[in-house]
Every structure is written in structure tokens, then in C-alpha cells.
Design a protein around this ligand. Structure first.
Ligand code: ZN
Length: 522
């Protein structure tokens, strides 16, 4: 077989954790894998990954191991040699960064171990011989950790206590996305070169990429097949969204001219009424995207509710040159768990950008990610929403440095985005681009840096369309190679081995990629 055969074992026997969200992580990584609900024979698969939080191995899983299978499992309560030791919440050290986790379990009796997690230190990866097979045990449930970083421990129902240093007043009587943040004000922030605290590490993205590394290691020397993150295997993406607060046509006109000068297209999120049909047509005609800026702010007459969302979307669509396919909530208003995503799905919204910080001191990777992802539903079944969420990292830099933050964050943000091959989603208000030269200068400087590093510029609907098409591409192993079906334009096949990546651009949607020369090597 030219590439590793990886299967994900789905089970709904137990669902205390978000373990069943694992396929989302692997789809984000563009990985070629199959799902199964039954334990296969060891000869059918090179690695079986258990997307379940059942506390002990099943009889079928033990039989699979005894017969020589290789099984990857997360945070078991009971292993082949006895009960696990629980790990308190802490950080794991991965690729030089400290990544937050919320719970973990280390098994006794490992033959080999690597990595470290928690205090006192426990191994992150344990290898246990079971019969003729190998159990790879990860002491942290990566899928559950990623959901908690991206979406929180539970629904947003109250304000998050403010940052103790006064840099981010989340306790402001308004329920917003950042009230669901699970990172720690003291332990998870760093200072920008300008001395402003921010969430520096894309922890969810790094957890996911580390899991992929462990999968590559587990099936070595066979290569793992996947599709590169972005078209033409660009190193990262850049996305600008604009919020129309004030709806002043003069702000839109000057912003349109400013962006034309930069050669940058943006996603314009418009509050009720927007800039009016004529300007909307001009924005649309210039290659930008017109989108919704849902207003649930009570003091402006907005309301949090599915009917209010649908009504604002309908009025927007009745006037706009094209139906809105993306949204961001005004003020990042947010409540509950995934109600917003359900409203978006029902209204044809394919990408939402609401999840970002709202203060100077909670910029950066507040939710641990700069990748588009399909949010988990509340029931822990592994079910996901159809839309993609892509949070923003900073807004209106250099408008009012003490309140909104300065542009000294730009370099560190873009470096972390590049390190995880993500998307730098920045937010500006045309009102501030219009009135404040420093805001324009900060955006221009960020764009210049992103361009120098080869970031690909995309609108929200382009990101959603690409993400959907990339995930829908089928890779089917055939004798001597891989049959590719339905690859979007710009797709690049990657063969991952420990320490190396081979990239193969796919010139047509359907093609056979010969891997006859891909003799396994260590
Ligand atoms: Zn707004």
C-alpha cells in the first residue's frame, strides 16, 4: 500500500468529553482517513484511532491489539496494566510552546514514553505492548481540549471575570464571545514588543498539528497523505473584515478608495440598513464581499434570538447585490453554546467571524485558533455545524492604544499564524479607517508584512468555499498510487513522513497520482 491506511473508530458509548469531535481535527488537517463503527482486523489498517471517551478498552479493541494492531487512544481511565493517574489542568510542552489542557490521565506500565504534560510532570505519549500489538496512549484528549479552547467549557451565560491587571474588562454587563474564553489571564498571555498583554499561542491549532505529527510517527515509514491547507500550498492566509458601525456612506466611500489603493479585497459586514444599495453595488463590483453584521445589542434596539437574526438577514438580502454568506456579530455579542451557528446554517451563512476579543488585553489567539473550523454541537456526539467559524485576532490597531491595542502585536501575530499555517483575520471599522491615519497605516503595514511572507488574501466566502471543497476531495488508494477525485483548483497533495513533506500539485480535479517510486524509507 503506497500510503498509510488510517481509520477512526467512532463510538457513542460514552460522551462526557468532546472525544467524538476528532474527525473535525483530521478533516482540518486535510488527512486521508476512513471512519468505522466496528473494530477492523489488524491487516486492514495501519493505525486505528479511537474517537471515544469510553474509560476502558472494549473486548474488540483488546482483541485487535492482541492480534498485532496499532491503536491510538486518549486519556483512558484504565489501561492494560492498571488504573490511570489523573492529571490536573495545566500545560503540555510541545515544540517549545506551553499548550493549555484541562484534564489528562497517565497510564502505568508504559514501555516507552515521550513528551511532557502537567505539574508534576507526566508523559504525553505512552507506548504499551499488548500481545502482538501496540497501544499508543495520549494522556490528553486532544479533540476535547480543542473544543474547550475554541468554544468554551459550556454555554455563555454570564460575564467572564475581568483581567486582574485591568487590561480587559470582560465584566461589562454584556454577554460576548470572550465571556466563553477558557485560557488564563495570568498564565496564557505574553507581552507584545510594545508591552501590551495578548494571547500569543494558537494552542488549539498547535494541539491539532502535534496530533498529526504523532500519527505520522505512528505509521512510519509509510507516508500519510493529505491536502495542503491553502490553495497552491500558500504558507498562510490573510483576511480583512470590516464592520459598518454608524453606516455612514462617507466612511464606506473613503474605505473603498483606500482598499483600491492597497489592492486588497475585504468582507464588509453591514449593520441593519448598511451603506445603501448604490454603495453596496460599488463594493460588490470592486470584488469585495457584502455580508451581515448581526446586531443583538439591546441598547441599539437589537435582540438576541433566532427570529431577530433571520429578520435582519432577510432585510439585508432583500437590498444587497448578493445574498450574504458570511456574518459577524456587532460587539461580538454572543450567548449560549451554538445557537448562533444554527441560525447561520438555517440562513445560508457559510462563515462566521464573531469569535474574537473585545478589549486591548484579550487580543491574539483568545480561542486558540486562526483556522476555519466547523463548531461542535452541544451534545458531544461529534455532530458539527455546516458553517465555518473563523475568529479575528485584532481590531483597529493604533486607534486608541490603551483601549484597543497598538500595532506592536502585528509581527508576533503574523509569525504565529505562519507557524500554524493559519489565517490572519484582522478587523477594522470603516469609520476609523476614514478618520484615523494611524489605523490605515497599521493595516497597510500588516498587509505589507503578510504579502512579504506569501500569505494568500481571501474573502470570507472564498475561505468557506475553499475549505468545503478541500474537505470534499476524495483520495482513494489504488494499486501503485492514489486516485484523486473532486480536487479544487490549486489543491496540493502532501505526503508526510517523519521530518519530510513531499508536495504534488494537482493539475485537474480528477487524477491518478502514481506513487510507485514512493518506496517506504525510514
Ligand atoms: Zn459593530
Amino acid at each position: 500500500m503506497p500510503v498509510a491506511r488510517i481509520q477512526v473508530l467512532i463510538s457513542s458509548l460514552f460522551s462526557q468529553r468532546f472525544s467524538a469531535y476528532l474527525p473535525e481535527l483530521l478533516e482540518q488537517e486535510g488527512l486521508h482517513f476512513a471512519r468505522t463503527e466496528r473494530v477492523p482486523h489488524p491487516l486492514e489498517v495501519d493505525l486505528l484511532i479511537r474517537a471515544s471517551d469510553a474509560p476502558t478498552l472494549s473486548e474488540a479493541e483488546v482483541a485487535f491489539l492482541m492480534a498485532g494492531g496499532r491503536l491510538l487512544a486518549f486519556a483512558l481511565e484504565q489501561g492494560p496494566a492498571g488504573a490511570a493517574r489523573p492529571l490536573p489542568p495545566g500545560h503540555a510542552r510541545i515544540d517549545g510552546e506551553r499548550l493549555r489542557f484541562f484534564e489528562g490521565r497517565a497510564l502505568p506500565g508504559a514501555d516507552h514514553a515521550h513528551g511532557e504534560a502537567g505539574e508534576p510532570r507526566a508523559p504525553l505519549v505512552q507506548e504499551l505492548r499488548v500481545g502482538a500489538g501496540t497501544l499508543l496512549h495520549l494522556s490528553v484528549d486532544v479533540a476535547d481540549t480543542v473544543v474547550r479552547l475554541q468554544q468554551g467549557h459550556g454555554p455563555v451565560e454570564r460575564d467572564l471575570p475581568s483581567a486582574p491587571d485591568g487590561s480587559a474588562e470582560t465584566e461589562d454587563g454584556l454577554l460576548k464571545a470572550d465571556d466563553g474564553m477558557t485560557l488564563d489571564w495570568l498564565e496564557d498571555r505574553r507581552l507584545t514588543p510594545g508591552g501590551q498583554p495578548y494571547f500569543a499561542v494558537a494552542a488549539a491549532d498547535r494541539w491539532r498539528r502535534w496530533l498529526l505529527q504523532e500519527i505520522v510517527r505512528a505509521v512510519s515509514p509509510l507516508p500519510v497523505a493529505r491536502l495542503a491547507y491553502w490553495p497552491a500550498a500558500a504558507p498562510a492566509a490573510f483576511h480583512l473584515s470590516l464592520d459598518s458601525d454608524g453606516n455612514d456612506p462617507a466612511h464606506a466611500a473613503s474605505t473603498l478608495a483606500f482598499l483600491a489603493g492597497l489592492g486588497l479585497r475585504a468582507t464588509w459586514c453591514e449593520l441593519e440598513g448598511g451603506y445603501g444599495p448604490e454603495l453596496q453595488r460599488a463594493i460588490h463590483a470592486a470584488g469585495h464581499e457584502v455580508a451581515l453584521h448581526y446586531n443583538a445589542l439591546e441598547r441599539e434596539g437589537g435582540r438576541w434570538g433566532g427570529d431577530a437574526f433571520a429578520a435582519q438577514l432577510e432585510r439585508h438580502n432583500a437590498q444587497a447585490p448578493a445574498r450574504a454568506t458570511s456574518n459577524k456579530n456587532h460587539y461580538t455579542r454572543f450567548e449560549g453554546w451554538d445557537e448562533l451557528f444554527a441560525w447561520c446554517d438555517a440562513g445560508g451563512i457559510t462563515l462566521d467571524g464573531t469569535r474574537g476579543g473585545s478589549k486591548m488585553g484579550n487580543r491574539g489567539f483568545v480561542f486558540g485558533t486562526c483556522h476555519p473550523y466547523r463548531p461542535a454541537r452541544a451534545d458531544r456526539s461529534g455532530a458539527r455545524h455546516a458553517l465555518f467559524e473563523l475568529g479575528f485576532l485584532s481590531q483597529d490597531m493604533d486607534l486608541d492604544a490603551a483601549r484597543w491595542g497598538d500595532s506592536s502585536i502585528t509581527g508576533p501575530l503574523l509569525s504565529e499564524v505562519e507557524a500554524v499555517s493559519g489565517c490572519a483575520h484582522l478587523l477594522c471599522h470603516p469609520a476609523h479607517l476614514h478618520a484615523h491615519a494611524p489605523v490605515r497605516d497599521a493595516l497597510e503595514a500588516a498587509l505589507r508584512l503578510a504579502r512579504a511572507r506569501g500569505f494568500l488574501e481571501l474573502t470570507a466566502c472564498e475561505i468557506a468555499a475553499w475549505s468545503r471543497a478541500r474537505r470534499a476531495t476524495r483520495l482513494t488508494p489504488r494499486a501503485g498510487g492514489l486516485q484523486v477525485s473532486g480536487a479544487p483548483q490549486g489543491a496540493v497533495l502532501e505526503l508526510l513522513r517523519v521530518g519530510s513533506v513531499r508536495q504534488i500539485p494537482l493539475e485537474t480535479p480528477d487524477s491518478f497520482v502514481s506513487l510507485a517510486q514512493e518506496a517506504p524509507h525510514a
